[in-house]
Write a protein that binds this ligand. Structure first.
Ligand code: SF4
Ligand code: ZN
Length: 339
């Protein structure tokens, strides 16, 4: 039997919100989706009037919806932001080249300028070449480390005040779970941060921190947004994939579990006896690093000297001492990684 929208009480409800279970009409779904992002932005004091903000754009659903919504909110609430799309071309034939075409169309459709930086120009390597060299086992370590640094470099080149990423509530909950399962307390205490503000680096913000992935997909679908949804050809079935599957199973039983896990993560903040490293600069590239040589330079040196294992080997001590190390790949990312 048809029910009326629980918000406007006039239109017929056509959507059941995955986050709350409320039955709403399409227009009210758009409104509540956008309002919740606005609330995250204002409560978290993410932006100041007149700031220049880069949106990390992969062409996937999260960053496409983020660019679309941020543009709308910026106009509606007079944030006064100047927006720019920042894309990283990892050099993955048949994947990133296609997804970048979506970003280029977004540039025209949304009227937001686009800057593309490639691994090839920054490091002299594409992911296609790296995979040929290192195989399919550790490829995402290289990709994640390089992407993180490439975004920082791009943000610096553009001279932006903030960098926003499309990490959604599911991503954050997955990361909390993974850090709990690994006992990685240093990362656990910072992975729920709405803003990652490392000394010397441009702050990164997650306006979708409380936005459910399913609602992002619904929003993109109902709005008919142009995004790329194919999985990376080098995607492994990583550990994160298991955490994701577990989370989806729990969500099917109790949808609030995603927010509950984030809340738990927020409550597990820094214990006093855990020492965070002091930040310095990398001796090779001059970018901010807690080690004398940053991870990206170490990996690059390994590639250039034919010892690709250099910098890949895990050390639990390094992991604990270095909370600013990249979080690595989402593994089964469908829309480009957001590390
Ligand atoms: Fe890079 Fe993600 Fe592909 Fe791994 S799955 S190679 S991190 S884009
Ligand atoms: Zn370096």
């Amino acid at each position: 039997m048809p029910v009326n929208c629980s918000k406007c009480e006039t239109n017929r409800a056509t959507v059941k919100r995955p986050k709350t279970g409320h039955a709403v009409c399409r227009e009210c779904f758009f409104a509540v989706f956008e309002e919740e992002v606005h609330e995250t932005i204002t409560r978290g004091n993410l932006f100041q009037q007149g700031e220049y903000v880069a949106i990390a754009a992969s062409g996937g659903k999260d960053s496409t919806v983020l660019a679309y919504v941020l543009k709308r909110l910026n106009e509606r609430y007079n944030y006064g932001l100047r927006l720019v799309l920042l894309s990283i071309d990892e050099g993955i034939t048949g994947y990133r080249d296609d997804s970048l075409e979506s970003v280029k169309r977004n540039e025209t459709d949304y009227g937001i300028p686009l800057k593309i930086l490639s691994y090839n120009e920054l490091y002299g390597w594409t992911m296609d070449k790296i995979v040929k060299e290192v195989g399919r086992k550790n490829n995402c370590t290289f990709c994640g480390v390089f992407r993180r640094q490439a975004l920082d470099r791009g943000a610096e080149v553009l001279g932006v005040d903030k960098l926003v990423t499309g990490h959604n509530a599911d991503d954050v909950a997955e990361t909390v779970l993974m850090n709990v399962l690994r006992g990685d307390i240093a990362r656990l205490q910072r992975c729920t941060n709405l803003v990652t503000d490392s000394e010397g680096l441009i702050p990164r913000c997650k306006p979708f921190k409380y936005t459910y992935e399913k609602e992002i997909v619904m929003y993109a679908y109902f709005k008919g947004l142009d995004y790329f949804s194919t999985e990376c050809i080098y995607s492994p079935n990583a550990y994160r994939g298991h955490a994701r599957a577990y989370l989806k199973d729990l969500e099917a039983i109790q949808p609030s579990v995603i927010l509950d896990i984030i809340h738990s993560g927020e409550c597990m903040k820094l214990k006093e006896d855990i020492k965070l490293p002091s930040q310095g600069v990398c001796e090779k590239c001059g970018l901010v690093s807690s080690q004398s040589i940053c991870k990206a330079c170490l990996l690059l040196e390994g590639l250039n000297t034919g010892v690709p294992g250099l910098g890949v080997k895990k050390s639990s001590k390094i992991k604990r001492r270095n909370p600013n190390a990249p979080t690595g790949c989402k593994g089964s990312c469908q829309s480009g990684c957001k590390t």
